[in-house]
Design a protein around this ligand. Sequence first.
Ligand code: ADP
Ligand code: NI
Length: 207
Amino acid sequence: MSKELILSRAEKLIKARVSTYDSGHDWWHIVRVRNLAKIINEKENLEEPFLVDLAALFHDFADSKFNGTKPGEGYEIAGRFLAENGMENCHSEITGIMRNVSFSSRKTPVNKDDSLLCIIQDADRLDAIGAIGIARAFSYGGYRNNIIYSPVAEENSMSTINHFYEKLLLLSAMMNTETGKKMAHERHVFLEIFLDQFHKEWNAGSF
Ligand code: ADP
Ligand code: NI
């Protein structure tokens, strides 16, 4: 079976699956992560392009935020897809990405020899910072009905602005690849500019 056919079948499967996710995790997030992963891989020349495409497509397939009642289902469906398309040899790599790419596993540094995970994780992190990252954070905050911000510390702990300090501002220093680090810089600076302006306006200081 040709790689193009496998990728187009995978696209169809993933598009349908993420249609129930919030707009920050929708099909266009998958497309952006795939493009970013391709750019990183082209610069660093680490992995076979087809595997990078497939891993990017599947990276959010078993996201626990959206598969609460059936945590194992994503792995089963992905495994079946790979088997049906003659891709059993990629099974552990693809499910490894699904298991290890997400925010909760970001606290443990990635094994730098796992170049596929390094690429997909960097691509996913890049999409969580910069202008797109800001849009996604407020989309997710709205989906969860979280407050934007509060000057009262206890209330602010659940706010979307707090998420910037707890996670988003830490991501640029956690990039795995040199290309990822370079690409993260501009997006990180943009987060800082946004937060400066946000606090300035909150304190009525922008005139
Ligand atoms: P991944 O896509 O790797 O699974 P997450 O699902 O944790 O990573 O995060 C995806 C997006 O959702 C990111 O853009 C992140 O900023 C946003 N997000 C996650 N948790 C929160 C939160 N508590 N408040 C606002 N945005 C959040
Ligand atoms: Ni993702």
